[in-house]
Ligand binder design. Structure first.
Ligand SMILES: Cc1cc2nc3c(=O)[nH]c(=O)nc-3n(C[C@H](O)[C@H](O)[C@H](O)COP(=O)(O)OP(=O)(O)OC[C@H]3O[C@@H](n4cnc5c(N)ncnc54)[C@H](O)[C@@H]3O)c2cc1C
Length: 439
């Protein structure tokens, strides 16, 4: 019995944020678009900190707010907490430049949000195929013309395939767009707990005036036990999300177990009272491709483009991954539309995808921060000595009553120089500045 060939204009692999965006843009422009997702439903396998960014959401759906997005609290206070073994310096900002309308970032829960985001792609005409794993490509004359799935008679054809498979980019590797598996030194493991608490308790404990206020905090210092990495805290409406991300390489070398790292953070005296009495809603771990520019695969070849985490599009310092995935998905979708208009799916036509991204913050920022992951790896003092010094220095400054202040300042300085010579401190700060500016 011969089965009918299943043919689409575009196949998108993965219904995460990159995939559902690529599909929405392609379908909106008249292409017959399939999104193949291995999870039970879109978002079912997704997991993050975290916050999504309104600039990206609104770029895809200018009528975003009429669509009733399942967002949690707006981020009205954000910044860094610098953690020592038993102390915390909190440097956060609220109001002022954050008072935009709409607010720039919203906390989201990915299972709900990604499922809704995929529904929007469906409303544009995309066809979502869940519970289906893409295993291989179908080639004709050496070019990709479709994918093989784990379903019986599961071959699906299209002249363009957009790979949005996330960090574990096995298909991207299979195509030879990158010649190695994820590198432990350039990949972080994020482990987090989502802890449910009544909204009023969250507001009282974190000093939030109402449910319309929320926190997004990056935590630096003892949270990563001296390893290259960051912690985080986000407030959903009735839950607090707390986690830590450190590189796989650092974890391996230290022998510290991810759950021990997280538990230590949750037990910290400035953190434990925030979640006391809460109920565990979610506990999991997920990889973060932190290598950025230097680990990026080739972004396109004949009939194929790669977007989002699969292409290491993450700015780990700013927790920007979702917006990069969305904008890359959009660019890939638009390039697929143009390829259909021209009737040419060669890598020459698809190179417009990369050219478009180079004009956007995605490639500009990844290039600018190209040395960050290596810098943090080789400067553990930013995870250890400096946050601890900040805690000690401010603690001493604000408790130095009755002490001659000249001596106080000398004592403060000594807490730094006893750990790191002053010249090295200056050198560290200069190299940090150069790394961030990208020179
Ligand atoms: C702990 C943590 C905290 C984070 N915090 C933030 C934050 O606060 N803000 C932010 O912007 N970013 C954050 N990120 C990064 C962000 O989550 C990612 O950058 C973003 O989800 C990438 O989207 P994506 O669509 O590329 O990949 P994903 O969201 O991973 O989607 C990939 C999809 O492809 C599917 N798939 C994979 N392989 C196949 C296959 N072979 N066949 C079919 N389907 C397949 C998967 O099931 C999945 O649904 C965080 C990440 C982590 C881990």
């Amino acid at each position: 019995m011969s089965s009918k060939k299943i043919q689409f204009d575009v196949i998108v692999v993965g219904a995460g944020l990159a995939g559902s965006t690529a599909a929405a843009v392609a379908a909106r422009n008249g292409l017959n678009t399939a999104v193949i997702e291995r999870g039970q439903q879109p978002g079912g396998k997704n997991f993050f900190g975290g916050a999504v960014y309104t600039h990206a959401l609104q770029e895809i759906y200018p009528d975003l707010w009429d669509r009733n997005p399942p967002l949690e609290r707006p981020v009205t206070e954000t910044g860094f907490w610098f953690m020592s073994k038993d102390g915390m310096v909190k440097a956060t900002v609220q109001g002022g430049k954050l008072n935009n309308d709409p607010i720039d970032a919203y906390v989201a829960l990915r299972a709900r949000f990604d499922s809704w985001w995929a529904d929007q792609a469906k409303s544009e005409g995309a066809f979502i195929i869940p519970k289906t794993l893409v295993e291989e490509f179908i080639y004709q004359d050496g070019k990709v013309v479709g994918v093989k799935t784990d379903r019986p008679q599961g071959d699906v054809y299209a002249p363009v395939v957009i790979i949005c498979e996330g960090v574990n980019n096995l298909l991207t590797q299979k195509l030879g767009l990158i010649d190695h598996d994820i590198r432990p030194a350039a990949t972080a493991l994020g482990v987090k707990q989502l802890i449910s608490l009544p909204a009023e308790t969250i507001n009282a404990r974190l000093g939030l005036p109402s449910n319309e206020h929320g926190l997004a905090i990056s935590v630096m210092g003892d949270v990563s036990m001296g390893m290259a990495g960051l912690g985080f805290l986000y407030t959903a409406e009735k839950a607090i999300s707390l986690g830590v991300g450190v590189t796989l390489e650092a974890l391996r070398k230290s022998g510290v177990k991810p759950y021990e790292l997280l538990q230590r953070y949750l037990n910290h005296p400035a953190v434990a009272p925030l979640i006391e009495g809460g109920q565990l809603m979610e506990y999991g771990a997920h990889l973060i491709p932190e290598g950025g520019w230097k680990e990026m695969p080739r972004l396109y070849t004949d009939g194929v483009m790669v977007a989002g985490d699969a292409a290491t599009m993450v700015n780990a310092l700013h927790w920007e991954g979702t917006n990069m995935a969305i904008i890359a998905g959009q660019q890939a979708g638009l390039t697929a539309v143009e390829a259909h208009r021209q009737g040419d799916f060669s890598s020459k036509t698809l190179s417009a995808y990369q050219a478009g991204l180079k004009e956007r913050f995605v490639m500009k920022d990844l290039y600018q921060y190209r040395n960050l992951s290596r810098f943090l790896d080789s400067h553990p003092e930013f995870m250890d000595i400096y946050p601890t010094f900040l805690n000690d220095a401010l603690g001493m400054f604000f408790s130095g009553f009755g002490k001659p202040k000249k001596r106080l300042y000398k004592d403060i300085l000594r807490t730094l120089t006893s750990r790191r010579p002053l010249l090295k401190v200056v050198g560290d700060l200069v190299s940090f500045g150069r790394t961030i500016i990208g020179i």
